[in-house]
Design a protein around this ligand. Structure first.
Ligand code: SAM
Length: 222
């Protein structure tokens, strides 16, 4: 198969994945458009490309995964990023989620604790034209230099909510709503998706939805 027909095949599969996510309950058309635009096959090992548009998590090395597309779409829908929002992602992994956030017009900051994964993700994102600010380190401490954030998205399962992340959410004012933290919270068996919205200097609102299963969040801020 030549490169053009390969690209067309991936495009058809991506469109079918978007239909599948819509049927599974993803209703935010902005999220679906972003999933429809990002070439997920470019974020996985070449040997796994034929599986890139199935709704499944795939290994990316160092015992980590690129999350299932449904999970990416679900978390992004809960985060509800707006154009020019400052979004901090904890757990860059392959870089795919960061690319989805860029497609939605967010200004993306992302932290990964495994340097080889971060380096690979940064190269990929650059090659595809997605601009992010990325750092190797421990995301449980947030990124105070770039705070406050309109949204913080944690893509690994947390035993508890890191306090530093709550402090780095934007306080609501007349121009902006309060920042949102989307984080799966629980033990190794499963984590409940949780959204915490800052509603005042010391006030937060917490909502919990479905149970997911992520690789663990590991860090000092827990
Ligand atoms: N968002 C990723 C993507 O689109 O491919 C998927 C991320 S994977 C499910 C979770 C990632 O979180 C792993 O790469 C893991 O190394 C990273 N991680 C775990 N604890 C972390 C921490 N404290 N700080 C930064 N990254 C962390």
């Amino acid at each position: 198969m030549n490169a053009d027909s390969q690209e067309r095949l991936f495009q058809r599969r991506r469109a079918a994945l978007v239909d599948e996510l819509r049927e599974k309950g993803i209703t935010d058309e902005r999220v679906l458009a972003a999933i429809g635009a990002v070439p997920r096959h470019a974020f996985v090992d070449p040997a796994l490309r034929h599986r890139a548009y199935r709704d499944e998590a795939l290994p990316i090395g160092l015992q980590q995964t690129i999350s299932q597309p449904f999970t990416v779409a679900y978390q992004t829908m809960m985060l509800d990023p707006r154009k020019d929002d400052r979004i901090l992602e904890i757990g860059t992994g392959s870089g795919y989620q960061a690319a989805v956030l860029c497609e939605m017009g967010a200004r993306v900051f992302t932290i990964e604790r495994h340097k080889p994964l971060l380096d690979r993700a940064v190269q990929r994102l650059e090659r595809l034209g997605y601009r992010v600010v990325a750092r190797h380190g421990d995301g449980t401490l947030g990124w105070p230099a770039f705070a406050p954030f309109d949204g913080i998205l944690v893509t690994a399962g947390a035993p508890e909510v890191p306090k530093a992340l709550l402090e780095q959410l934007r306080e609501p004012d007349e121009h902006h709503p309060g920042g949102r933290l989307v984080i799966p919270v629980g033990d190794a068996e499963g984590q409940r998706m949780t959204r915490i919205t800052r509603t005042g200097p010391d006030r937060y609102e917490r909502e919990e939805t479905h149970v997911f299963r992520f690789v663990p969040l590991i860090g000092e801020g827990l």
